[in-house]
Design a protein around this ligand. Structure first.
Ligand code: FAS
Ligand code: PHB
Length: 389
């Protein structure tokens, strides 16, 4: 088999990159470890920066997002029993779109199939090889046969546990990591959202987040112990704890119901440098992970895709290599800014086991300052709606 760009991973990064390249006549093959049903069964991100939305439209897959996505011009922040709003539109002239990653992935798969793009599911033993030559290739097992895919470039879009990052020689790779002493217990329920916008809550019992997917599908999270398992939390116990972490009048409005999905995600900050090795480029979670507090995971995958796609188009159409040569440096500059924002939001809104009374007072003062200072609110809003690509 031969293609121009071999894409390892059929998640949002790989699919969005594939669709944008296909729009420019650049041939790709996507190699995905799981079935399409498994990929589409994942419940993950919910908030899209307008930069991401622009890429979806550029890829020709923005129609359902524009029809069903919900524009959010601000967000609520709750602490000490009160609630204040950060007005994105007033402070930045920008907004975000609430449209689940599951739907993004579904739209991208539909578009890829309509465009006749090749996606191979249930590939195992995927191995990128000869990366530091002009003739890289990928080998893998598919339908019981060993397959070799020759290509010009490899995009490692295989998430945190994929093989691409490991294919960068250890002596070349530097990995930066920060773990957090808690996780997020998330549920999905077919209930109307408690408010029209998201609410991020810092309470003396820990963090909570009220989010949504549509007018009758809500997504809620509470900070939980790393030792917790989803089965430790009956729905009733979840709802009771969530209400205790929200302002009273918000808790009173909360419509509860059976969970249709319940999972726990650990929080992690992680960056791999560089994001390129020879003819292979890392993109999305393969290169970096952020705690979901700033809604930056999926959105930072999108900015990687933006830089990589433009670099590849310039290579194939104009014989220019600068975009690809500067990809890692350019992507990492924005990645570290989203790492900082996600780390900052996590520190502002969560309760840490080792916090002293002094720490708690400083955290409360930061939230109080944010509630009353326009410059502080603008700084948060600029990061939340998305820094420029
Ligand atoms: P993905 O992990 O989505 O996709 C990688 C793909 O590669 C997968 O389909 C995988 O099956 C495939 N793959 C892996 N190994 C392979 C191999 N060996 N061969 C072939 N294919 C292989 N972000 C937010 O902004 N907000 C959130 O609330 C949020 N919640 C999250 C909850 C969880 C549990 C997780 C894990 C992540 C969450 N994220 C969130 C981050 C998430 O949305 C990622 O940023 C996003 O999925 C990144 O997309 P990809 O880079 O495509 O990686
Ligand atoms: C979600 O809706 O899943 C979501 C929204 C905002 C976040 C994290 C998750 O910061």
């Amino acid at each position: 088999m031969r293609t121009q760009v071999a894409i390892i991973g059929g998640g949002p990064s790989g699919l969005l990159l594939g669709q944008l390249l296909l729009k420019h006549g650049i041939d790709t093959v996507v190699l995905e470890r799981r079935t399409k049903q498994h990929v589409l069964g994942r419940i993950r991100a919910g908030v899209l920066e307008t930069g991401f939305a622009g890429l979806m439209r550029e890829a020709g897959v923005g129609a359902r997002m524009d029809k069903e996505g919900i524009i959010h011009e601000g967000t609520g922040i709750a602490h000490e029993g009160g609630l204040f709003r950060i007005d994105f539109e007033k402070l930045t002239g920008n907004h975000v779109i609430v449209y689940g990653q599951t739907e993004v992935t579904r739209d991208l798969y539909d578009a890829r199939e309509a465009a006749g793009g090749t996606t191979l599911f249930e590939c195992s033993g995927v191995r990128p090889q000869d990366l530091d030559t002009d003739a890289p290739f990928v080998t893998f097992l598919h339908e019981g046969k060993v397959v070799r895919l020759d290509c010009d470039f490899i995009a490692g879009c295989d998430g945190f546990h994929g093989p691409s990052r490991q294919a960068i020689p250890e002596e070349v790779r530097t990995e930066y990591e920060k773990t957090y002493p808690f996780g997020w217990l998330g549920i999905l329920s077919e209930t109307p959202p408690v408010e029209d916008e998201l609410i991020y809550a810092n309470s003396d019992r820990g963090f909570a987040l009220c989010s949504m997917r549509n007018a009758n599908l809500s997504r809620y999270y509470i900070q939980c112990a790393l030792s917790d398992r989803p089965e430790d939390w009956e729905d009733e116990a979840f709802w009771t704890e969530l209400k205790r972490r929200l302002p009273e009048d918000t808790a009173e409005k909360l419509v509860t119901g059976p969970s249709i999905e319940k999972s726990i995600a650990p929080l992690l900050s992680f960056v791999c440098e560089p994001m390129r090795w020879g003819r292979m480029f890392l993109c999305g979670d393969a290169a970096h992970i952020v705690p979901p507090t700033g809604a930056k995971g999926l959105n930072t995958a999108a900015s990687d895709v933006h830089y990589l796609y433009h670099g590849m188009v310039a290579h194939y159409q104009d014989g220019e290599s600068e975009g690809l040569d500067r990809y890692s440096e350019t992507a990492l500059e924005r990645i570290w800014k989203t790492q900082r924002f996600s780390w900052s939001m996590t520190n502002l809104l969560h309760r840490f086991p080792e916090q002293s009374e002094f720490d708690l007072h400083v955290q409360a003062a930061e939230l109080a300052f944010l509630s009353e200072n326009e410059a502080a609110q603008r700084a948060l809003a600029e990061n939340y709606v998305g820094l420029p690509y």
